[in-house]
Design a protein around this ligand. Sequence first.
Ligand code: ATP
Ligand code: MG
Length: 330
Amino acid sequence: MPPLLSVYNLKTYFHTYRGLVKAVDGVSFDINEKEIVGVVGESGCGKSVSMLSVLQLISSPPGEIVDGKVIFEGQDLLQYQPKGETMSSIRGARIAMIFQEPMTSLNPVLTIGRQLTEGLEVHLSMNPQSARERVVELLRLVGIPDAKGRLDAYPHQFSGGMRQRVMIAMALSCNPRILIADEPTTAVDVTTQAQLLELMQDMVVRFKTSLVIVTHNLGVVARYAERIYVMYSGRIVESGLADDIFLNPLHPYTIGLLKCVPQLGETRKERKLVPIQGLPPNLINMPSSCAFLPRCDRARDICRQKPWPSLELIEGQHYVACFRDGPETP
Ligand SMILES: Nc1ncnc2c1ncn2[C@@H]1O[C@H](COP(=O)(O)OP(=O)(O)OP(=O)(O)O)[C@@H](O)[C@H]1O
Ligand SMILES: [Mg+2]
């Protein structure tokens, strides 16, 4: 069966006064039906821009999708106008997104009930009464106590964790095929974070939806994702099944990320967390060689001489963009 969503060679650049920011520079990924996929990488590597590009939510100017294809249910979404009818009918209804800043995604002056029923009335042509009933059911499902009584409450009357639950309900309300959750749990404590992730996992099984979890935390994806894409400086540097990434990481960046993740059951004495040295590169005037080179402790001559390698299939579904077998630096 073909993937539900296939992104090919996506390039999204920003024209800024400092120069051209190549935020996403040739990214390809697939999302299959009913699978949970993790997209991981440090702050600024292009995770959000990649996902926003899929929905054509890049503000232009300064942003521009300069190349690529976003094939969803057999159609290239990039052929449609960002503000046109087709994209509006896909956003929220077929591909839903929980945005990185949840507090700004809920409208503070509209009741929760109004915000949730609107999508159902617009996308699914439900009458107000059935939309309200469906919203109560959804709020119950995501664990909002006294769901019916809370319909007339405003976002500020909910705690941060509860607002996140409302966001999950809203995202799932039109029964989308894909739910993209962009750092859905950064603003809440770790216990709430775990509860929200469990909730999302339960919900996507119940709604038969695919879930994309975007995060800088490999620990989060370790538990939930079946497949993982590791991003660095606007590109994917490694991808594979979760086991490929966790048991046999090949890119020095992935290896570095894993060293920053505490392992369950380990005491502090048993293992020291090792941060990756250095900072991600400036995305303006990127060198043609591997962007991880200045931070890489395994760099070889070939890494300095050749352009950034493209992804190469290693085994099964495991891909890596690294000259692993080049000659050692003397
Ligand atoms: N509107 C914009 N104008 C200029 N540059 C932008 C704009 N939006 C994003 N960028 C740049 O694109 C790059 C990728 O940003 P993106 O938001 O995708 O990062 P991210 O991986 O989601 O990071 P985080 O983990 O912090 O959310 C960054 O260097 C960012 O500065
Ligand atoms: Mg982001």
